[in-house]
Structures are given as C-alpha cells and as structure tokens.
Design a protein around this ligand. Structure first.
Ligand code: ZN
Length: 314
C-alpha cells in the first residue's frame, strides 16, 4: 500500500471563530451579525461549530449572547453546535440548552491552569467528574469533550512534560470525558513534537482522541495538522480569517485559518464538505464586523490555483 493511501478521505474542520476567535478580540460583534455568520458558515458547508462560551457575561461581554446564538444554531439541521464551559455552572447552562457538545478546557501546564482558571489541573479534573455526574443525573445526551490546552508548551512555565499530558488525559477519561483534544494554545508545537505526543496519547485514549487544535503563531499550524492527520486524526479546529490571536504575543496569528485548512485538504483530495468561495465571502463579512482587528491566513490573498479550478470544471 502506498503511503498516501493511508490518509483519511474525509476530515472535519470544526469552526471555532465565534468562540475562540471572538473571545480574544476587543470588538463586540452584534448578535444579529453572529446569526448571519452562522447562517453563512452553514451555507458554506460547516456542520461542526463552536458557537459560544458559557462563561459569566461580565467576564466576557463579547459572548454574553451565548444562549441566543446557540438557540439559533440549533435551528440549522444537522449542525453540531458546541459551547465552551469552564466549570459546572457553565455545564448546567449547556445542559439546560441541550447543546450537542460541551467543551471543557484543561491546561496541562500547572502554571497556565492557575493563571487562567485559578485552579490546578487536578481540581479541573474533579470538576469534570462533577459535570459528568450532572449530565448522567439528567440522562442528557450532550457530549462531554475536554480540550487539553498548552499540551505542547506554555508561555508561563515553558516546557510541558509529555508524560504529564498523558497522565492528565488518563485522569480526564477516568473522570468521564467522552472525547479529548490536544491543543497547541500558544503555537509552540512542531510536527515532530505533534507526532510524538499524539503517539504517546493514542494508546491511552484510542478513538476518544478526537481533535487537534493548532495555532499558527510561528507558521507551523498546517505542518502540525499534517503530522496529526498521518496518525489518523480527522477533526481539526480552525477559525475563519485565523482570528483568535495569542494573548501573550500581540499581533501574532492564532488559530489556523479555516480557509487555509479547507484549501489544503481540497488540494489533497480530502473531503471537508466546505465551499471555498463561500468561506472567502464570509471572511469578507467577518473583516467588516471586526474592522481594525488583525486578521490572518494566506490563501484569501492569492485565490485558488488554476490547476484546482480546472479540476472543479472538469
Ligand atoms: Zn485556539
């Protein structure tokens, strides 16, 4: 069997711009524009979208309309709408709203965890256990996914020990998470590191290792996606126009741009279900809504290569 025959034929790009992206820009996008964004994203073929975050509105006024945005997302047939929940309180809101999926962030870096969540990783793991118990007590079908952030390094403590990541993954799964993802929150990862960490986590998590979340802070996001893809990972987070920069490096690019990822997969004949032209049109609207904010990504400037356009017409 040739090497490329082992690559998946279909992958999911989960859009995180409406949460990960918007939470790190100062501009507050009006609810009506978010609903238009969701409608256009859906029309562009996106079926997996992180729509908001159930954090206290006073902490994150950009996402104060989470319930309304989620309710609209739930009117779009076949759309998997996920919400970030930082704790049991947030999870109760997600369960009340019957979200498809709730995403709990857990920092593998002890220092980052204390700085961001004011809790040590093991306290977050205990909270995940309480969230699972709450879900079970309601017989809810909302999926519980945990995103292991700073899995490849952290701006505060620097190196994060891969063995600590493996330990945390085990504990999170024991506490009742359905799925986990590994996140390079600050853009420290390189493809070799991605291969090694995913190879270390796969024997523990198996199919429950669901998603890769890569930032393009230092230009390696696509290479890192490819490294994970080679190990059979078929879900990747991305944000339109690459919004969601690094809070510790102002102006630096953040999440890998959805349109760049969609282009790479299309070029490799790997299906994503996403329409490139519609993504670029949506990118234009996002640029209007976020006037003055830094946008990223590469493909939108150049457009598709002629070879791909010819293929599309053939
Ligand atoms: Zn991110």
């Amino acid at each position: 069997m040739s090497f490329t025959a082992q690559l998946p034929t279909r992958v999911t790009i989960r859009e995180v711009g409406l949460r990960d992206g918007l939470q790190s820009v100062a501009t507050i996008v009006p609810t009506a524009a978010k609903l238009e964004w969701l409608r256009d994203a859906y029309d562009a073929g996106q079926r997996d979208i992180e729509v908001s975050s159930f954090v206290p509105p006073r902490l994150m006024p950009q996402l104060a309309d989470a319930e309304e945005v989620l309710a609209f997302a739930q009117t779009l047939p076949g759309l998997r709408a996920s919400v970030l929940v930082p704790n049991l309180k947030g999870a109760q809101r997600a369960l009340d709203a019957h979200a498809h999926s709730m995403l709990v962030p857990l920092s593998a870096s002890h220092a980052h965890s204390l700085a961001n969540l004011r809790k040590a990783p093991d306290d977050v793991i205990a909270e995940i256990g309480r969230i699972r118990a709450e879900r079970d007590s309601r017989a809810s079908r909302t999926e519980l996914e945990v995103g292991i952030s700073t899995a490849f390094g952290c701006t505060i403590q620097g190196r994060v020990d891969p063995q600590e990541v493996v330990r945390v993954v085990k504990a999170v799964l024991d506490a009742g998470a359905d799925r986990i993802g590994l996140a390079d929150t600050v853009g420290y990862a390189d493809p070799r590191q991605v291969t090694e960490l995913f190879e270390a986590v796969l024997p523990v998590a198996g199919e429950r290792l669901h998603c890769g979340h890569f930032h393009d802070t230092r230009g390696l996001a696509l290479a890192n996606v490819y490294a994970a893809l080679q190990l059979g990972i078929t879900c990747f987070d991305a944000s339109i126009a690459g919004i969601g920069g690094c809070p510790h490096a102002p102006g630096a690019s953040g999440n890998v741009a959805t349109e760049d990822l969609a282009y790479m997969f299309a070029s490799m004949n790997i299906e994503t279900g996403q329409d490139f032209d519609k993504l670029i049109a949506l990118r234009g609207k996002v640029a209007e809504w976020l006037k003055g904010e830094a946008l990223h990504g590469n493909v939108w400037r150049a457009g598709l290569p002629k070879s791909m356009l010819q293929e599309a017409l053939a």
